[in-house]
Write a protein that binds this ligand. Sequence first.
Ligand code: SAM
Length: 406
Amino acid sequence: MALLLCTYQKMAYFCVTLNPPFLLKTFDIIATTLYGLEEILAQEIRQLGVADVTILNRAVKFQGNLETLYKANLLLRTAVKILKPIHAFRATNENQLYSGIKNMNWEEYLTIKKSFAIDAAVHSSFFTHSLYVALKSKDAIVDLYREKYKLRPSVNTENPDLRINVHISESMVIVSLDSSGSTLGKRNYRLEQGDAPINEILAAAIILTAEWDKKVDFIDPMCGSGTFSIEAALIAANIAPGRNRQFTFQTWLDYDAQLFERVKAEADDKIVPIKAKIRALDIDKKAINMAISNARRAGVREFITFEGKDFFETELPNGEGIVVINPPYDERLHVDKVEDFYDEIGSHLKHKYHGCEAWIISSNFDALKRFGLKPSKKIKLFNGSLECRLLKYELYEGSRKMSNPE
Ligand SMILES: C[S@@+](CC[C@H](N)C(=O)[O-])C[C@H]1O[C@@H](n2cnc3c(N)ncnc32)[C@H](O)[C@@H]1O
């Protein structure tokens, strides 16, 4: 019988059904994400063929088998990590935490020859320091092996064979295996970047939110290191975002290399030619060179036209398209008279980008108010620690007048 362990905390994204091992064909999977991207991630998970998904706080829970886990890592554009919960128990002090972790059957996942690392997150009045929780949990695992074998697996925080995630919400401790390793935003193409690059996961989520039909032009007029145009090309060509990276599940004891090769080959078979034009522009020629190198590494160089140009000297040539702008916010990247700058972007869009749909993300709310156009959508998101608004403008004939974007 399934053991249902459910926390009632708002913060707790784990509400886990743990099945007895002999039934473990399918298991719970938690895909974590960024603030506000839960719904778009849930849609992506449904597209993997998963029928039942539960939206949680910055995460989506679903069920699947090893194949689903491999696909989730390889294919999801808006997930940060894919976790596999393996155990849940209650603890209100460090001794209970220590024995709860020590009593687990770690030999199923870890041998003395392997290395491991622990990440902890706590939202609890019983435990207040995540580093201390990680340390206590590490001690429990090390002591377990040392007492039994007089030897212990090593700790490797950079590149472990097994990355363990300990999540505590009040007294509920959930132990998961982190199947991804580094954040899935690390697609291994953006090795060169400017001062204010947008997170790859956020960029992909914005393009998916915009529901670009992949036929009209996609324009990234302040492209910096090229994240939007590269993510747009990956989406349009249906290229798996994780194609050029490794995942921690590849060092798990149950790693099925043949299965993963099949999953990758099936993903490659679904790559399609791109119909739309993708244009990346920036006033800074150095940024354009970086973006070109990044696009080359991502395998999409041939699909993007790069131009070193001032946005204010460009226009929409075909009368149809989607423009995604990540202008300087005057935070990490400074701009003289930032409000006037946004005012000019708004009027340039109005006059030279007729017929298109524009999406702008910025944390500078005062400057956004100077856009001079009425947004048809406003979405709260975070770019790193910066609270932002993603605004949609429909630049058709007689676009509506301004209203407050907040
Ligand atoms: C916030 S960064 C964009 C970051 C980009 N999304 C990335 O992921 O790297 C803003 C970019 O706008 C560019 N920029 C500023 N003024 C511009 C203008 N008038 N025309 C074109 N690009 C401009 C800057 O050179 C900078 O690269």
